[in-house]
Design a protein around this ligand. Structure first.
Ligand code: AP5
Length: 186
């Protein structure tokens, strides 16, 4: 069973929903950079204060800041002899992907699978508008989609070249999407 997994895909594709479910079922640690950043914002830490307005605009927080968070969590996890992890929403730029490769080399770990969740823009927008998180309004959603296309979509080629990428159709009921993903992990 694959135990070091990345979820990439546009906002609203269902990365968080599927990651939570998969990690609960398989004992993997779920590391969502979006959730970790929102926790920093809620706790009003220095990091959270820096991130808050960037997230509200739908732009990406600096690579350095996000990398510090991920490094900390993966080192903790490696130190505790943890079973495995699923990174949700990270990496999001080719620079982050390069930095993750370097970090994993230091930890003697390897990515085993990258799942790209794909869904039409109209459905992404529909899902996000009905959720209503602070960054789920029409203008910010459009901007998040542009940022995704410009900065994150190139990761598909990055991981395809490394023969790690598998695409999953993210349309349909949560259970059906979950079954498609489960089949890739076994
Ligand atoms: P992040 O929290 O990662 O948000 P995102 O990528 O925009 O993704 P979402 O959480 O909106 O969508 P999702 O794909 O997880 O879908 P979900 O399961 O929630 O990032 C937020 C911000 O943080 C970024 O904009 C950036 O500022 C910053 N950030 C985070 N990581 C960063 C990084 N690495 N570098 C720099 N900045 C970073 O589902 C969405 C909705 O759809 C839910 O209501 C859900 O219930 C519903 N749904 C899910 N699946 C289905 C289904 N099959 N059918 C119907 N509804 C469904």
């Amino acid at each position: 069973m694959k135990q070091r997994v990345l979820f990439i895909g546009p906002p609203g594709a269902g990365k968080g929903t599927q990651a939570e479910r998969l990690c609960a079922g398989r004992g993997l640690v779920h590391l969502s950079t979006g959730d970790l950043l929102r926790a920093e914002v809620a706790a009003a830490t220095d990091l959270g204060k820096t991130a808050e307005s960037i997230m509200a605009r739908g732009e990406l927080v600096s690579d350095a800041l996000v990398l510090a968070i991920v490094r900390n969590r993966l080192e903790q996890q490696a130190g505790a002899g943890g079973k495995g992890w699923l990174l949700d929403g990270f990496p999001r730029t080719v620079n982050q992907a390069n930095a993750l490769d370097t970090l994993l080399l230091e930890l003697s770990q390897q990515i085993e699978l990258v799942v790209l969740m794909e869904l039409d823009d109209a459905l992404l927008i529909q899902r996000l508008m009905s959720r209503g998180r602070a960054d789920d309004n029409a203008d910010v959603i459009q901007h998040r989609l542009e940022v995704y296309r410009e900065q994150t979509a190139p990761l598909a080629a990055y991981y395809r070249e490394r023969q790690l990428l598998q695409s999953v159709e993210a349309e349909g009921p949560v259970d059906e999407v979950a079954a498609r993903i489960e089949a890739l992990l076994d």
